[in-house]
Ligand binder design. Structure first.
Ligand SMILES: C[S@@+](CC[C@H](N)C(=O)[O-])C[C@H]1O[C@@H](n2cnc3c(N)ncnc32)[C@H](O)[C@@H]1O
Length: 299
């Protein structure tokens, strides 16, 4: 097997050990400008050997078999081609839950945990059974499944236009054995359905503008689904659809929680008020960036 030109995994004489492979691969990734080179190398090697990082540290002198080395090389080449680590490992963690991830769905981001925290705080405050939640653009199902797991007495309807995303969400639902999540292929553009009504609506919209999309890291731009990242416009075009749907199906005392992109708070708030949604709060993340809009149907 050949790595890209200039990559010589045979550079260390004798047999590769866990430590020598970690050191060589870390240095190689660093030289190519990759961040968190050591962490990524350890996670890739740990994945191949079926060991967590602590166990890897306890086996530094372990020699690698040719099969183990070949498997590692495959994964290492994918990372060198800027494939996100989470897609290579096939999973990530969100709200303390291990979720399957694959190229058909966005990799859940830590900043989205704030949205889940706010929504769950509100649902728990309602202090009643049978709360209904709608998740618009569910992707891997991270938001919906986290809420459904934290508040078992609620029901979450999760919609997404992407079949690929829904199949990953379904895999996660089965893995977590959550019965209180309904996954539906549906376009937000279809608008409200007759008789539909929810206590809570959550959404993490595709809010990257087409301009910003061009400048994203290759990990995102070339590997994550374009549909999940950008609206191919100014980054704001999903919001009128989300707010319009929310104004139609949110109960009078219901709440909407949606994520907003960097620098979008004012523009998104303006859109909300023209679409019948009153902004109650905008919550900033730990970095002080306005991140979650909380709204209700305008009275
Ligand atoms: C930013 S991703 C969010 C995914 C996931 N909820 C998360 O937080 O990681 C946006 C999601 O919206 C979905 N989406 C894009 N356009 C849509 C539309 N018109 N109707 C429904 N879903 C849409 C995408 O497929 C994608 O899964």
């Amino acid at each position: 097997m050949t790595l890209p030109a200039g990559t010589h995994l045979q550079a260390v004489p004798g047999q590769w050990t866990v430590l020598s492979l970690i050191q060589w691969s870390t240095a190689y990734l660093e030289e190519k400008g990759f961040e968190e080179a050591r962490l990524h190398t350890e996670l890739l090697l740990g994945h191949v050997l079926g060991l967590d990082r602590l166990k890897l540290y306890l086996q530094f002198d372990r020699p690698l078999t040719p099969e183990e080395l070949a498997s590692f090389k495959e994964l290492f080449k994918r990372r060198l081609a800027h494939e996100p680590l989470q897609y290579i490992l096939g999973e990530t963690e969100f709200m303390g839950i291990r979720l399957a991830v694959a190229p058909g769905a966005l990799i859940p981001r830590p900043e989205t945990e704030l949205l889940v925290e706010k929504a769950v705080e509100h649902i728990r405050m309602l202090n009643r059974e049978g709360v209904t939640v709608l998740d618009v653009g569910t992707g891997s199902g991270n938001i919906a499944l986290a809420i459904a797991r934290m508040v078992p007495a609620c029901t979450v309807t999760s919609i997404d236009v992407s079949k690929e995303a829904l199949s990953i969400a379904r895999r996660n639902q089965e893995r977590l054995r959550l019965q209180n999540v309904i996954l539906e292929e549906r376009d937000v553009r279809e608008g409200a359905r007759t008789g539909e009504s929810y206590d809570v609506i959550v959404s993490n919209p595709p809010y990257v503008s087409s301009e910003d999309f061009k400048n994203l890291q290759p990990e995102l731009r070339d590997h994550e689904p374009r549909l999940a990242l950008t609206d191919d416009a100014n980054g704001l075009s999903f919001y009128p659809l989300l707010f319009g749907l929310s104004a139609a199906v949110l109960q009078a005392d219901g709440r909407l929680f949606c994520e907003i992109g960097y620098g979008q708070a004012e523009a998104v708030s303006r859109i909300a008020s023209t679409e019948g949604i009153q902004v109650l709060d905008i919550v900033s993340d730990l970095a002080g960036i306005p991140r979650v809009l909380c709204g209700a149907v305008s009275s």
